[in-house]
Design a protein around this ligand. Sequence first.
Ligand code: 0CJ
Ligand code: F3S
Length: 345
Amino acid sequence: MRSRAPYDGPMTASPRRRVLLAAPRGYCAGVDRAVIAVEKALEQYGAPIYVRHEIVHNKYVVQTLEKKGAVFVERTDEVPEGNIVMFSAHGVAPVVHEEAARGRLATIDATCPLVTKVHKEAVRYAGEDYDILLIGHEGHEEVIGTSGEAPDHIQLVDGPEDVAKIEVRDPERVVWLSQTTLSVDETMETVDALKTKFPGLVSPPSDDICYATQNRQTAVKQMGADSDLVIVVGSRNSSNSKRLVEVAKLAGAREAYLVDYADEIDETWLEGVSTVGVTSGASVPEVLVEQVLEWLAERGYADVEIVKTAEESITFSLPKELRRDLREEAANLVAERGGSGASQE
Ligand code: 0CJ
Ligand code: F3S
């Protein structure tokens, strides 16, 4: 147990108060792409743009896009015929594409390419008649989408405690895949338990837990070990954000909380706290972190140190449907300009 100085009010100078700010944090490449895709679609086609499911699991992002004209629905059949529907970053099952076609909807697929990669793995292993053990959280949108690629071959494994009940047809033809936003350590526990039960278990060709999830967990582990309190900015339905809270506590933070906004922070959380760790989930805009830092600075935690564990430079191009239409629009503009230029001559 660490010894704690008694709480002496948030505005006094002692003990030393500081913030450790994790890096990387916040937006990943898939979220950035998905949010820009909605904005570009609104510019390109005008409102409303229907989005099936929250484009990313963040309250602020969803509310901001709603104000600009995005309409979020849970089912494709809620979208009136002839409209545009965008699929969220979490991905959809093939049946959803079929529903959209039946409803005469134009689609823009903002599924993160790293989720699409897992879908392709599922299709491939199902084609080779493997039993696929998909490690993930029951009911999560991404897991629903991936399972829908091969429902007859995929079984969900929701943590190590699920392993006992898993049965397969041929223990020599089993592969595990996973949701992209899981806890790395818990997933390895599940995999170890599965390997004990099925020694012939095949692993995915590359990590399914994405680079952004892994990097944010590594940073919070290092930062959490030196923090009394960790504040994770993120929404309640954001899997990767919730995992950061768990990882922070396991790393040694006395407490860790998830907040959407700075005004959800409870002053009593600061009692006896010298070091506050701050991070944010992959679906969280930086402005929300800045507001948390301001809130903390107003209470004496103005000294901010960055805890950086990785550099990120990955970016994804926009969904192909948008790229195609943007190219056409650019071509039309050039043609129009060329036309007016010619008439001036
Ligand atoms: O599933 C994904 C492609 C991750 C999207 C970014 O994070 P978020 O919070 O929307 O979704 P998770 O609940 O999966 O973390
Ligand atoms: Fe994609 Fe990972 Fe972000 S799967 S949307 S890069 S959290």
